[in-house]
Design a protein around this ligand. Structure first.
Ligand code: SF4
Length: 268
């Protein structure tokens, strides 16, 4: 991506969303980083996940400067303030696709004491996790499937690295000295896809795995919908999950009933 100097501070941004209410605590600005190492069949942002150099090519510094005008609605920008509710979420695609660019954005945001969240698959290296760690308040990691072969079928990669990285990140979060218990947490996001991820035994495996996470903020249960279908058809000529039913309230209730046994903080 450009010359050596640019590579350290400049990257591709697909788009920016303001007043987002679903991507982390409070009202947030979401930066959609271009590119993702996975290709999930359910991805509703597949144009943003493409491994292409497209979008706005901008330096981390200028990007943060651009979004700072949104600061008033982030409510409180002081992360040591427990009332902190809004901030900036780095999503995509997946920020792990442009790790150094993401790191520089996080550093810039922290210069302004802005609450930061990253929405990621965590399909990355320990080195990337370590480098981001001091600058991330909330890690939002999607747990896509506990079965490795099914994970590969669904996302194009197996889950070994992701599950190991969740455990690794959790241990690194526990090691942070004098950690503010309200920040630097790990949120697990789980998408209920009828006939693919909603098998009761699979839900139990998710509950068991998540119940071991020490720094869990919440387990967020999300409902599968096919709203990204038109993008798949536009780009690839077909939608991979054709015929898979969208999740309904009853599917979520069934999953929640099973998860009750694990006494986890749940968000739906
Ligand atoms: S990890 Fe997220 S952005 Fe990447 S392909 Fe999967 S759903 Fe899409």
């Amino acid at each position: 991506m450009g010359n050596q100097k640019e590579r350290t501070t400049t990257g591709y941004v697909h788009s920016i969303e303001t007043f987002a209410a679903l991507d982390g605590p409070g009202l947030r600005t979401v930066i959609f980083i271009q590119g993702c190492p996975l290709k999930c069949k359910f991805c509703h942002n597949i144009d943003c996940a493409l491994k292409e150099k497209k979008g706005d090519y901008i330096s981390a510094k200028n990007l943060v400067k651009k979004i700072l005008k949104n600061k008033p609605y982030w409510e409180s920008c002081n992360v040591s303030d427990r009332k902190c509710r809004g901030g900036v979420t780095l999503s995509g695609g997946d920020p792990v696709f442009q790790p150094k660019f993401t790191l520089d954005i996080l550093k810039e945001l922290k210069k302004h004491q802005i609450h930061t969240a990253v929405d990621t698959s965590l399909y990355t290296s320990h080195k990337t996790i370590d480098s981001w760690l001091p600058f991330v308040d909330l890690w939002m990691v999607s747990l896509k499937h506990m079965n490795s072969a099914k994970h590969r079928e669904l996302t194009s990669v197996d889950n070994k690295r992701i599950l190991e990285n969740i455990v690794y990140l959790d241990s690194k979060l526990s090691d942070i000295p004098n950690k503010n218990k309200d920040t630097q947490k790990l949120r697990i996001r789980f998408l209920v896809i009828p006939t693919i991820t909603d098998d009761p035994e699979h839900i139990r495996q998710v509950g068991k795995f998540v119940s071991k996470i020490q720094n869990l903020e919440v387990l967020e249960i999300l409902k599968y919908g096919s709203h990204g279908k038109h993008k798949w058809i536009e780009i690839f000529g077909k939608y991979e999950l054709e015929g898979v039913p969208e999740a309904e309230d009853k599917d979520i209730e069934r999953a929640l009933k099973i998860l009750e046994n694990y006494k986890l903080p749940i968000k739906k």
